[in-house]
Ligand binder design. Structure first.
Ligand SMILES: CC(C)(COP(=O)(O)OP(=O)(O)OC[C@H]1O[C@@H](n2cnc3c(N)ncnc32)[C@H](O)[C@@H]1OP(=O)(O)O)[C@@H](O)C(=O)NCCC(=O)NCCS
Length: 174
């Protein structure tokens, strides 16, 4: 198992941050298909299917698509993914399961992915965040991401006008 680091969650659990393996498929399916509506609201308007999670895991090649998972004694609590673009930038997405949110795991995953991106000489990281997603806005800006662009508000499925912002972080080459 390729362990990157270990952190203590807010409630004292030992969380292992590591690269995913093929054997994680069952747990990743559980993670993505049991997210609450509240969590899905900031990800996308339709739910993940098991087949899609399988495709997502298969896409991780550590050349163009990177992933780090947070494991709590066999349970996958969250995942951060980085998809590189031909422009030399990489797009980050993070999910922490409802059962594990607000315990420092999202921040730990983000920091490790930033470290990995530096090692891979990725020059710029971006993420698209719903402006109302104050937790994600806080977590990303705390790590140095800044607003690059604010897209015009559009109507979401609940009939609310919401804006998405593009956050970015420039990584030094040193
Ligand atoms: C955003 C997300 C990844 C954060 O993960 P997490 O493990 O819950 O985050 P952490 O516990 O590491 O950090 C949460 C931080 O937000 C703060 N926070 C909590 N609720 C907040 C709120 N309503 N507004 C602003 N900040 C808030 C916490 O105080 C903490 O900051 P601190 O350590 O400086 O005190 C997680 O909530 C999630 O998966 N959300 C749904 C998917 C998503 O939005 N992904 C991001 C877009 S790709």
């Amino acid at each position: 198992m390729a362990v990157i680091s270990e952190v203590r969650s807010g409630n004292g659990r030992k969380i292992v941050l590591r690269f995913p393996e093929k054997g994680d498929l069952k747990e990743l399916k559980r993670l993505y298909t049991t997210l609450s509506d509240r969590t899905m609201r900031y990800l996308r308007p339709y739910r993940f299917t098991e087949r899609e999670v399988e495709v997502m895991l298969n896409r991780v090649d550590f050349r163009n698509v990177f992933s780090i998972v947070a494991e709590d004694d066999g349970r996958i609590a969250g995942e951060v993914r980085l998809i590189t673009h031909e422009t030399g930038s990489g797009e980050i997405g993070i999910v922490v399961h409802d059962d594990y949110q607000n315990q420092g795991i999202g921040q730990a995953l983000l920091r490790e992915m930033i470290n990995l991106a530096r090692k891979k000489k990725i020059r710029k990281l971006i993420s698209f965040i719903n402006e109302k997603n104050s937790t994600a806005m806080h977590v990303f800006t705390k790590e140095g991401f800044e607003m690059e662009k604010r897209f015009p508000p559009s109507m979401n499925l609940m009939g609310r006008e919401e804006s998405v912002v593009k956050l970015s972080l420039h990584l030094s080459s040193g």
